[in-house]
Design a protein around this ligand. Structure first.
Ligand SMILES: [Ca+2]
Ligand SMILES: [Ca+2]
Length: 585
């Protein structure tokens, strides 16, 4: 749920830390304590055998990651059992879901760790504030506004690479520059293969904050990502087959403060080129999304009014397919309040799509502080997702994908109820109904009947002066009326994180997860057969030590060398040791 609070914070693999000032989402300025949404904040992400964010997200309670191969292989991400396409990914509030992908999902396998201050995960439908695509929840990656200490990190493990982080401070201007390079020989994506599938990931990122006056600020953000990844199919090794992912995100946000109120104007551009070489054919996919947004935030005592207007323009083309476009305009209002022991958010959003017309996505969340340690909250939201331009117009001769302009948006209602006690304990019951759910099981996607996802997520833990332990469990049930199986997501998952403080400067981190059995499809037989993938357990261990001018991290991912399957016939990473040194200059 969404309510939230300190309760879940300590969960997770990444030494999650909590401060009461954490601001939930870039729009509301609500703090966690008054936000009726289950929010998880992840920090200290660099303990991992690669420089990729995806490996870290895979260990987080409530999030499940599926990959067709090693750490840089194509990945899907699911929040509380959601469809992967229902997860909206933002960087500093800028939408990075890619209009050139099959379902307008984000290319999460290409996201790296350079410059990340923290990651906020908001579980459950967020269409009131974020419109289309946010049915399952949000992953908001927040980058650093300034660099306290310049650093150069080098790392070696599954991949080898370096991260440079450099800050410049002038009188009215702060500049952050980041560069990351990473390469790996990889493992074979095909499970029984011996041809390794390599990857190279290059990334440059910069953020410039300039204060024109005491009340007027510009924030310019640029991220350029260039990833090269070799891959296989699920039948055999394929040599020299690769995909490239070249993404550019640029955004300018102008903020004017008027007393306690804030007016923001943001314009951003997100463009991706994805050249794919399938050996027999080369295909270029291109996606473009341009967003303009105005928000006005009025604060009065413990009440906040947020009014927003948003215009999103997207384009898609692939080799041999005409350039197609769509727009989505919306206007929304949210009221955020606190009265006595009650608090909450209420509002609505009117979305107007070029081809699909109007959709209203209201939301209502109410919380109550029961004692100074416990709160209870309930949240109800409607959401929707427009079909992607690829689903509508894309073509793929190999799989028999043809255009289907009869597709209609998926509409959702989600409800969650959360009880929190103290800093560690919480229980959430959640339910999501997705009407006209898009089914991808045939070559050309089509609207199905509906999908229900219900479940419970529980967390508990304890801490003392030398350690912190958190335990989480998720039980999820899926239902589709024609009894189609739900693939690639477990019904049960458990996570355990144990952090030991070693003196003032050391941290030993144990991170365990159990993933229950899942179904997948075997496409190598006709007709397609369902296969059941076995449950697995993963243990990652790492140690971090701070010295005056540098920091060292060493660890082993998959300590038990568990040989598990994420997707049928695809390989996963075995026991992998790594080391990182971060030098401050
Ligand atoms: Ca291979
Ligand atoms: Ca290959």
């Amino acid at each position: 749920m969404r309510l939230f609070l300190m309760a879940m914070l300590p969960v997770a693999a990444m030494a999650v830390t909590t401060t009461p000032k954490i601001i939930v989402s870039s729009k509301t300025e609500a703090t966690k304590e008054q936000f009726v949404d289950q929010t998880l904040v992840l920090e200290n992400l660099e303990t991992d055998s690669t420089g990729l964010l995806i490996q870290k997200l895979a260990t987080v309670p409530g999030i499940f990651v599926n990959q067709t191969g090693g750490p840089a292989a194509q990945a899907t991400i699911h929040i509380r059992g959601s469809e992967f396409r229902h997860v909206l990914v933002l960087i500093d509030g800028v939408r990075v879901n890619d209009p050139s992908t099959t379902s307008k999902e984000a290319n999460i396998n290409a996201l790296n760790l350079a410059d990340i201050e923290k990651v906020e995960v908001i579980k459950g439908t967020q269409s009131l504030l974020y419109g289309s695509d946010a049915i399952g929840g949000i992953i908001n990656i927040i980058t650093k506004d300034s660099v306290e200490r310049n650093s150069l990190s080098v790392f070696s493990g599954f991949s080898n690479g370096a991260i440079l982080s450099h800050g410049i401070k002038l009188k009215d201007t702060s500049i952050v520059l980041n560069y990351q390079y990473e390469e790996s020989d990889g493992i074979s994506s095909f499970r029984k293969g011996d041809e390794k599938d390599a990857y190279i990931n290059r990334n440059i990122q910069t953020k410039i904050i300039h204060n024109w006056s005491d009340s007027l600020t510009s924030e310019i953000f640029y991220k350029g990502n260039d990833q090269f990844t070799e891959f296989d199919n699920s039948v055999n090794d394929e040599e020299g087959v690769y995909s490239k992912n070249q993404q550019h995100i640029i955004s300018h946000k102008l903020t004017k403060r008027i007393d306690d109120n804030k007016l923001s104007l943001r314009t951003s551009l997100n463009r991706t080129d994805r050249p794919n070489d399938f050996r027999t054919s080369e295909t270029l996919y291109e996606g473009l999304e341009q967003t303009n947004e105005i928000t006005y935030l009025v604060k009065k005592d413990s009440r906040t009014h947020l009014l927003g207007v948003e215009n999103i323009n997207e384009e898609f083309t692939q080799s041999g397919v005409d350039r197609e476009s769509a727009y989505l305009n919306s206007i929304y209002y949210m009221y955020d309040w606190k009265k006595g022991s009650y608090f909450g958010q209420v509002g609505t959003r009117l979305n107007s799509h070029k081809s699909f017309g109007e959709y209203l996505t209201p939301g209502l969340g109410v919380g109550k502080t029961i004692t100074d340690k416990s709160t209870v909250s309930i949240n109800v939201q409607n959401g929707f997702k427009s079909p992607s331009l690829y689903q509508l117009y894309g073509e793929d001769a190999t799989f028999g994908k043809v255009e289907n302009t009869d597709l209609t948006p998926e509409k959702s209602t989600s409800v969650d109820l959360t009880f929190d006690y103290g800093a560690f304990h919480s229980i959430s019951l959640f339910y999501t109904f997705v009407d006209d759910v898009i089914i991808n099981s045939s070559s050309t996607p089509d609207n199905g009947d509906y999908l229900e996802i219900s479940g419970v997520e529980m967390h508990t833990g304890f801490s003392n002066s030398f350690s912190k332990t958190t335990f989480g469990i998720e039980l999820i049930h899926y239902f589709q009326p024609n009894n189609d199986k739900i693939y690639k997501r477990p019904n049960e998952r458990a996570t355990l994180n144990h952090l030991f403080f070693v003196g003032d400067a050391g941290e030993l981190n144990l991170d365990f997860q159990y993933v229950g059995a899942r179904f997948d499809q075997n496409f190598n037989v006709s007709p397609t057969e369902d296969v059941r993938l076995k449950s697995y357990e993963l243990l990652n261990i790492s140690y971090k030590h701070n010295f005056k001018d540098y920091e060292i991290i060493g660890g082993v991912d998959n300590l038990f060398n568990e040989r598990y399957e994420s997707a049928f016939n695809y390989n996963t990473l075995g026991q992998t040791a790594y080391a990182k040194v971060k030098y401050f200059y």
